[in-house]
Design a protein around this ligand. Structure first.
Ligand code: PLP
Length: 407
């Protein structure tokens, strides 16, 4: 399926040495940059004379070299011509959407998406910007086609949706978007390295780097990966969503994240291998488990095609404990008695994180929309960590399941 290996692309990214030849790049912690010739200021300000064209960097909210270098790593990871990093995943998503849509425009989005994105599309954008969204089952091609309007500018979905772990037909959606003159935006937060949406035809890939890319649950960050024209548009002086709304990444954060990019593929491989082991075990024990690596998953055949086999099917799985009370009982036992992981939202951490989606990260959805998205009240999302021995984790899990009477 893929012509390109993101690990090779990352290794081929130009290495940025530190100021004194350090193996790590330096942190450019200046918010403003010195213009040596006063008559060059207007062109520098207009973006016509950047550091690569005889000018210099101007101001940190516009471009910062350290943030820019992290963007180069993100572009290499996702196989896009350019990328730029933001203060959060939500900043990346909202800036990407506002770049594609003006007041009166329309979006067709998957009904299975992160709760914050749902609220942005369902509540915020219609109220604040007159940009409306039709939420559909993104795996139902006829429903997506029916939802398209002349003013549709974007088709939006997540690879391995949060929390239902559905995998859309990204090449099919990309073709549909192109035929309609719209853009396909894919949130690839759950599947960096595993799936490369841009290689499959997506126009824009967004990330919450807060998750797997950061890997330590200590940094809130995001990224937008796209072609150069799109990234430049984000910085437009009159209409640039990043330039004017200002959710800029701090260069110190960019430096931190840049040091974690080289081991992202190793971490993902281990997250995925352990998630598969645990999903198989849970299925053998007769539990209702959702994991794209299982043959029972509705999109398993597509996942075998769109996921890179060497990195597995991602580090997140979901189980249905039957009710919210049972889910809470199980999570409490897993955390407080077995030390299997932590009851916390978010994912991609080195330890296991568990949350009941319906009452946490999907609580923005109405009861009807939760049901349409397939989120059961007892559904626990588990981001499988890689600390400890896997046999030890399996013993802890089995013990907790016995304690709460689920096996
Ligand atoms: N996209 C997905 C799929 C998410 O799960 C989240 C957060 O949970 C976000 C975006 C938002 O990211 P951030 O918290 O970095 O703004």
């Amino acid at each position: 399926m893929y012509q390109r290996d993101p690990v090779r692309s990352l290794a081929e990214t130009r290495h940025e040495f530190g100021e004194h030849g350090g193996v790590n790049m330096s942190v450019e912690a200046s918010t403003t940059f010195t213009v040596m010739q006063p008559n060059t200021m207007p062109e520098i300000f207009a973006g016509a004379k950047g550091p690569d064209k005889g000018g210099c960097y101007l101001y940190g909210r516009h471009f910062n070299p350290t943030v820019f270098n992290l963007g180069r790593q993100l572009a290499a990871l996702e196989g896009t011509r350019a990328a730029y990093c933001t203060a959060s995943g939500m900043a990346a998503i909202s800036a990407a959407l506002l770049t594609c849509c003006n007041a009166g425009d329309h979006i067709v989005a998957s009904n299975a998406i992160y709760g914050g994105t749902y609220a942005l599309l369902h509540d915020f954008l219609p109220a604040k910007a007159n940009i409306t969204t039709t939420l559909v089952d993104i795996n139902d091609e006829a429903a997506v086609t029916r939802a398209l309007k002349p003013e549709t500018r974007v088709i939006y979905c997540e690879t391995l949706s949060n929390p239902t772990l559905r995998l859309p037909d990204i090449p099919g959606l990309a073709a549909l978007a192109q035929r309609h003159g719209a853009r396909l935006i894919v949130d690839n937060t759950f599947a960096p390295v595993v799936v490369s949406p841009a290689d499959l035809g997506a126009d824009v890939v967004v990330h919450s780097m807060t998750k797997f890319i950061g890997g330590a649950s200590d940094i809130i960050a995001g990224a937008i990966c796209a072609d150069e024209a799109f990234i430049t548009q984000l910085m437009d002086l009159q209409l640039g969503a990043l330039m004017l709304l200002g959710p800029t990444m701090d260069p110190r954060v960019a430096f931190e994240l840049s040091t974690r990019m080289p081991h992202l593929p190793l971490r993902i491989t281990e997250h995925s291998a352990r998630a598969l082991r645990i999903a198989e075990l849970l299925e053998q024990l007769g539990l209702k488990v959702v994991y794209p690596g299982l043959a029972s998953h509705p999109d398993h055949a597509r996942a075998r095609c769109l996921c890179r086999p060497e990195y597995g099917f991602g580090g997140v799985l979901a189980i249905d404990a039957g009710s919210q009370d049972k889910a809470n009982e199980l999570m409490a036992c897993l955390q407080n008695e077995q030390a299997f992981g932590y009851m916390a939202v978010s994912l991609g951490y080195h330890d296991t994180l568990m949350s009941c989606s319906g009452s946490s990260t999907s609580s923005e959805l109405s009861a009807v929309d939760k049901a349409a998205a397939g989120i059961a009240p007892g559904q626990i999302r588990i981001s499988v960590g890689y600390t400890g021995a896997i046999e030890q984790r399996i013993e802890q899990l089995e013990a907790a399941l016995r304690t709460v009477g689920m096996v």
